[in-house]
Design a protein around this ligand. Structure first.
Ligand code: IPE
Length: 256
């Protein structure tokens, strides 16, 4: 089985509140179906999550009661995106159920823990793909918090032991500097913990390599001697399909 995260930057337009990128999401679902591979999908919240979560600092938890309504709104919007994506999966013949992570996981002071995973295990067992997503999850100490699709990937990898892990984003992979502001930025096709140390992580590169750096670190944690983790650009038509078919495509591979 291949565990895939469809990033919020590919299935939504991150610059517009609640803008589903239906064409791209539907093409990626078609590529997954066409590959014939057994997969499990997690997705980001994109502009269905980040816009309001940032405006009301929902990730800080229940610091005041004014955060209750925004938390409920972010959860509501994330659920809406979940339904939009599972509709696209159903259209290409993949039986899928959108599952809010808060129904089986809980956080304890920011740490995500499995509360009750029986339902999703049974769902996967009968052939319905449980599709989790970045969402608001209850926290025993902080009231609530935000769980990212990347955190969910680590948990799902532990639970379902995929053979390969793929992060689908809107960039080709990791660079040593922000390629948008540094024409001499070098592309890094293969990353290990040692290489990670040489990647620029200053504030001004937060968008491209800072964000990617966190992702790479979580990807490195998910690598095992038998399993690598790949970051690819899903905005290029056919690239996910080629990767799933085992062809060589431009990407960054994290290896142990
Ligand atoms: C974000 O999840 C969760 C919310 C803001 C509710 P992710 O961090 O995984 O989403 P993307 O992929 O960056 O959009």
């Amino acid at each position: 089985m291949i565990l895939i995260k469809l990033g919020g930057s590919v299935i939504t337009d991150k610059s517009q509140y609640k803008k589903f990128n239906q064409d791209q999401a539907s093409r990626l679902c078609r590529e997954i179906a066409e590959s014939g591979r057994s997969v499990m999908i997690v997705h980001g919240a994109g502009s269905f999550g980040h816009v309001l979560a940032k405006r009301y600092a929902v990730q800080e938890g229940l610091t005041d009661f004014g955060k209750v309504t925004p938390a409920a709104m972010v959860h509501h919007d994330a659920m809406e995106l979940g339904m939009l994506l599972t509709s696209e999966l159903m259209k290409v013949g993949i039986p899928a159920a959108s599952v809010s992570p808060g129904t089986c996981f809980v956080m304890d002071d920011g740490k995500l823990i499995v509360n009750d995973d029986e339902a999703i295990r049974r769902m996967a067992h009968v052939g319905i793909m449980p599709v989790m997503f970045g969402d608001v999850v209850m926290d025993r100490k902080r009231g609530f918090g935000i769980v990212s699709g990347d955190q969910l990937m680590e948990l799902m990898a532990d639970m379902f032991k995929p053979d390969r892990i793929v992060f689908v984003s809107d960039i080709d992979g990791l660079y040593d500097k922000n390629p948008k502001t540094n024409p001499d930025a070098r592309f890094i096709p293969e990353v290990t913990s040692e290489i990670m140390d040489a990647v620029d992580s200053r504030e001004d590169v937060d968008d491209v390599t800072g964000g990617v750096r966190n992702k790479m670190e979580s990807m490195l944690r998910m690598c095992t001697p038998e399993r690598d983790c790949v970051l690819i650009n899903g905005t290029v038509p056919g690239r996910l399909l080629s990767l799933l078919k085992g062809e060589d495509v431009p990407c960054t591979i994290a290896k142990m």
